[in-house]
Design a protein around this ligand. Structure first.
Ligand SMILES: Nc1ncnc2c1ncn2[C@@H]1O[C@H](COP(=O)(O)OP(=O)(O)OP(=O)(O)O)[C@@H](O)[C@H]1O
Length: 505
């Protein structure tokens, strides 16, 4: 088994330290978790190991022998492989082509591409991962998120001619996966470590870390806090190491009755009435139509066979009209739909609300309001005119949240609001959502985190294939019971398998 030691990793941006003198030893056969609050320096550490960001200081040894690490090529040559949560596969081409993406295709006599060989190589790599069920000739875009993740890991394997690499770095790999897909990924991780690879696993999900990781390193404000075996640590101890405080680890209960005022009336493929102060969950298997249902209130996807009336008026024609009518939206894909990365935090928070500042640009008022909202969401930043692209992923999510909360919405649409958000900020978000509901704001929430849905929602609307099948009261409902409603009756046996991620907490 190899041992990889990274010493004295440091990196500052514009004089502000993102990572200060952090050392880390990774051992073959073990899964090492890297944890910390948003902005703690986890991604920075990964970027240094990947050679994609120049370190201010860094030295690496493999089994005691120094290795060069000044470029992505050095990292690749050292046997380090990186799998990010963004599923950057190419949807329009086949699975086999995706697995071999960026590699020279095998050719017959140096001429035509040897397609049978391309498919065989892809098949071999997928079989190694226990994913022989994936059709290598099928379109990659048609697959569920979990299979896409497996294709990316297979691609990393093929790049090594089928031999496995020494280190796999997985950055929040389960953020876009269902419980079952996550289980499949954990089996792959077990297979990689059983064959001697080291795994560095970055995640905000403490239950997951406790279930599959051997060791954990915690960072705070760019500094090393602790490293040790996971066994024997409690969830509270990990949270305390990350945050330096005791974090309230419970969903704030409803303290105000739901109002009488109807905020939205929906009929067609979904059928419900939403009242002021109510929190309605929308749940189902991955891609059962949750995002599409939320989008309808923003004037998106109007061809949907569902009619929506909001606050006594028709469906907004455009997102701009929706914002102007007091409907706020937190989209799932914050980088693609939610944020303008080159623009400032200030601009990103106030943009949909420009009407309220009148014709003259009131930079001072904007700056003050944006700073107040960002402080409320505990966004970690240097100055309010800093480009959002310079913030850590979780802090970008908090900026999208600050924008949605700004201006007292009457209807708030939350699509995976806590994805990538650290544990402390998560509970701040829950408290803020509860406060808004107490003030009469109606909320529609969709999340793959079932305990979050059960902890926050009054009722849960279940979708199957884009159509509402039922609405459940959350009183007394468990994650396991909720899950059984996601499947059509003939597939109910699929839920018999215990799923760690969906029953956690
Ligand atoms: N390109 C950049 N320019 C300026 N500052 C940056 C840049 N990239 C990262 N930072 C800063 O470095 C610090 C560490 O960020 P990093 O992305 O490593 O955090 P993280 O632990 O990965 O957080 P998250 O859990 O939110 O993903 C943050 O304060 C961030 O704002």
């Amino acid at each position: 088994m190899h041992s990889l030691t990274f010493r004295q990793m440091s990196k500052a941006y514009g004089g502000v330290p993102a990572l200060s003198d952090v050392s880390l030893t990774l051992t073959g056969g073990r899964v090492h978790a890297l944890m910390g609050e948003n902005g703690a320096g986890k991604s920075t550490l990964i970027k240094l190991i990947a050679g994609v960001v120049g370190a201010d200081s860094l030295s690496v040894e493999k089994d005691g022998v120094p290795l060069p690490l000044a470029s992505a090529q050095d990292a690749h040559d050292a046997g380090f492989r990186f799998i990010h949560q963004e599923l950057n596969i190419v949807p329009q081409i086949s699975v086999a082509e995706n697995v071999l993406l960026g590699r020279p295709y095998p050719r017959r006599f140096g001429l035509a591409v040897d397609w049978p060989r391309v498919r065989a190589m892809a098949r071999e790599a997928l079989a190694f991962l226990g994913a022989a069920h994936i059709d290598v000739a099928g379109l990659a875009g048609d697959l569920p998120a979990g299979d896409k993740m497996l294709i990316k890991i297979a691609a990393a394997l093929v790049a090594d001619e089928g031999r496995q690499a020494d280190l796999y770095v997985l950055d929040e790999p389960t953020a876009a996966l269902t419980g079952e897909e996550s289980e499949m990924l954990f089996a792959v991780i077990a297979r990689l470590t059983a064959k001697g690879a080291a795994v560095l696993y970055v995640s905000h999900r403490i239950d997951e870390v406790m279930a599959i990781c051997d060791d954990v390193t915690v960072l705070r404000d760019g500094r090393h806090v602790s490293t040790g075996p996971v066994a024997g640590l409690s969830k509270d101890q990990i949270i305390h190491a990350m945050t330096g405080r005791d974090v309230q680890d419970a969903y704030p209960p409803r303290r105000h009755p739901i109002g009488a005022e109807v905020v939205a009336e929906v009929s067609g493929a979904a059928d419900f009435t939403l009242r002021a102060g109510e929190i309605l969950g929308v749940a189902g298997l991955a891609e059962a139509g949750q995002s599409q249902l939320l989008g309808l209130f923003m004037g998106l996807g109007r061809t949907h066979d569902t009619q929506v009336r909001v606050m006594g008026g028709p469906t907004p024609a455009t997102p701009a009209e929706a914002w102007a009518r007091g409907i706020a939206y937190l989209p799932r894909e914050r980088r693609a739909e939610g944020l303008m990365l080159d623009m400032s935090i200030r601009a990103n928070v106030v943009l949909p609300h420009l009407g309220r500042y009148g014709l003259r640009a009131k930079a001072g008022a904007e700056r003050r309001d944006a700073a107040a909202m960002s402080a409320k969401m505990r966004v970690k930043y240097d100055h309010i005119d800093q480009p959002v692209g310079q913030l850590s992923g979780g802090n970008q999510q908090k900026v999208v949240f600050a924008r949605a909360l700004y201006g007292q919405p009457k209807l708030l649409l939350l699509d995976e609001p806590t994805r990538g958000v650290d544990v402390g900020a998560k509970f701040d978000i829950y408290t803020t959502v509860r406060d808004l509901s107490a003030q009469g704001c109606a909320i529609i929430l969709t999340s793959s985190d079932l305990p979050e849905m059960l902890g926050m929602c009054d009722r849960i609307l279940v979708l199957q294939d884009g159509r509402q099948t039922e609405i459940l009261d959350t009183e007394g409902l468990t994650s396991a019971a909720l899950l059984t409603h996601f499947y059509p009756p003939e597939a109910a046996h699929l839920t018999q398998r215990p799923s760690m991620t969906s029953s956690a907490q």
